[in-house]
Design a protein around this ligand. Structure first.
Ligand SMILES: [Mn+2]
Length: 488
């Protein structure tokens, strides 16, 4: 068998029997060490080995459909660790495409899928998955924490074989020497791991034609675009935790509160309710700072009478929520704040009601949003009532310079390669997040309206029977918000 030939001379690591008996730690939660979050047949909380296998099969089928040769080899690399200072690592977050295919959490790993190792080489559909993982190392584990190791990585992930990542180079050399012809599927344009990429550059990339990476990448992202039942369950929890936590943050607010305290409260509430971390650095913008769309300095005091815009979400075992609310820190919307808020809320609700399967695309919803927003701004007298319908969108865009939606899932801006010109389908999760931004120096707008920025954002699951708002529990109606802040 070719696999045997390739692995000739490689010592397969076997775990000593004693270690199997006594509990040892792994590089990620497994049932033995984390029975409170893991099930026996799961690789990551909520996702089973068979679901991971199914995802790999789907990807492989997509590759087979467009592959001309009889054999193919796909390489997907994990991310390396990155550092903010000497010996100070950033919290590690795995490459989502890699994580989606195998659930393995450790940096520097590599996933290889191929039919080159089949006993019957002509059977294109029958493929094997090999995972290369960091080698167990007493000294390194003493400092950096436990590793799963090649002894147990296949068992933990449900992949067919696992090897030390140190062997990857040799593995590539052996494949080259085997004189096989095959299509190489690899993301050559934006490699996710520099040193793995250079190993590939010195071997396979020299002699094999890399298949157009776009279809590969698109294939993984294509799969990620439609969420499975298990993924939807995880998304629901991420959205629930985010919603409840943001409500607690609202209740906690008061005049002169420091933006960083609202950030800290959100971080605390999300983690205490089971999220692993916040999904991104939150925007906590008091008063006119809300007009800076990605304001993350979060270091000023929010004045009495000002609103605060908070855009925050959490990550629950690999799945993200993304919510924005804008509320007055003293618990009462002023007349102008109220009018603007209600106008925007109406636009947001209308856009949510458009999220039906097989109906519109995100770009189409964006265009509708611009028209609706323009009409609301005309009603309020912020822009002239005489502006024609075709000019309206152009002007609205100056009040809301960002898109109304993006896909949501393992990443906050999920599956970024996927076009927003795709009709919505059941199983997609999208945000709906219109905003109105009127900076203090916007002199073409009557003075009373200036210095205000509002965004309202919910996470919407597309179902056969219509849109389902996963962040509905997060207060957004004016009277509800006023009520909860005053009852703190
Ligand atoms: Mn968003």
């Amino acid at each position: 068998m070719i696999l045997k030939r390739l692995l000739n001379g490689v010592r397969l690591n076997k775990e000593p029997q004693t270690l199997k008996v006594c509990k040892r730690l792994f590089g990620q939660p497994v049932y033995d060490t984390h029975p409170h979050v893991m099930r026996k047949d799961h690789v990551t909380p909520g996702i089973s080995k068979s679901e991971y296998k199914q995802r790999r099969s789907h990807l492989w089928n997509n590759i087979c459909k467009v592959s001309h040769k009889n054999s193919a080899l796909a390489v997907i690399s994990a991310y390396p660790k990155s550092y903010m200072a000497h010996d100070v690592p950033y919290p590690f977050r795995q490459n989502s495409d890699f994580l989606y295919l195998c659930g393995f959490q450790e940096p520097d790993s590599i996933l290889v899928m191929s039919n080159l190792f089949n006993s019957n080489e002509h059977n294109k559909e029958d493929f094997k998955t090999i995972i290369f993982v960091p080698k167990r190392d007493k000294l390194k584990e003493l400092w950096d924490g436990p590793r799963t190791g090649s002894e147990r990585a296949a068992e933990v992930t449900g992949c067919d074989e696992s090897f030390d990542v140190d062997y990857f180079d040799k593995f590539l050399q052996k494949i080259l020497q085997s004189d096989q012809t095959f299509d190489l599927w690899y993301d050559n344009s934006s490699p996710s791991h520099r040193s793995h990429h250079s190993k590939l550059s010195n071997t396979l990339l020299k002699s094999c034609k890399v298949k157009n990476v776009q279809p590969t990448k698109t294939s993984v992202q294509n799969l990620r675009l439609i969420k499975s039942e298990a993924e939807i369950d995880l998304m629901k929890i991420a959205c629930d935790i985010g919603s409840k936590s943001l409500e607690k943050v609202m209740r906690y607010s008061k005049p002169k509160i420091d933006e960083s305290h609202l950030y800290a409260k959100m971080d605390f509430e999300c983690r205490i309710h089971g999220a692993e971390r916040l999904a991104y650095p939150p925007v906590v913008a008091g008063g006119s700072r809300a007009n800076i769309i990605h304001y993350i300095n979060n270091n000023q005091l929010v004045d009495n009478g000002d609103m605060v815009l908070m855009d925050a979400g959490c990550e629950y075992f690999g799945y993200c929520s993304d919510i924005t609310r804008t509320w007055p820190v003293n618990g009462v919307y002023s007349t102008t704040q109220k009018s603007l808020y209600e106008a925007l809320l109406e636009v947001q609700m209308s856009c949510i009601s458009l999220c039906h399967a097989n109906y519109l695309t995100l770009n189409q919803i964006f265009l509708v949003m611009l028209t609706l927003l323009g009409r609301q701004l005309q009603k309020l007298g912020i822009i002239s009532a005489s502006i024609s319908e075709d000019k309206l969108s152009e002007i609205s865009r100056t009040f809301c310079p960002h898109h109304v939606s993006h896909y949501l899932g393992m990443d906050v801006h999920d599956v970024d390669e996927m076009s927003r010109n795709i009709q919505l389908r059941p199983g997609m999760i999208v945000t709906i997040e219109p905003g109105i931004y009127i900076p203090s120096d916007r002199l073409d707008v009557p003075k009373d309206w200036r210095g205000v920025g509002i965004r309202i954002e919910d996470d919407i699951l597309i179902t056969k029977s219509g849109p389902l708002n996963l962040t509905e529990k997060c207060p957004k109606y004016l009277s509800h918000i006023e009520n909860i802040i005053n009852t703190y």
